[in-house]
Design a protein. Structure first.
Length: 22
């Protein structure tokens, strides 16, 4: 449930997939 925003501009959530931040 924790949302981690990577410095690469990607949002990684506690899921097997990552959502790209536009």
């Amino acid at each position: 449930k924790d949302v981690i925003i990577a410095d690469c501009g990607k949002i990684e959530v506690e899921k097997p997939f990552a959502i790209a931040k536009e």
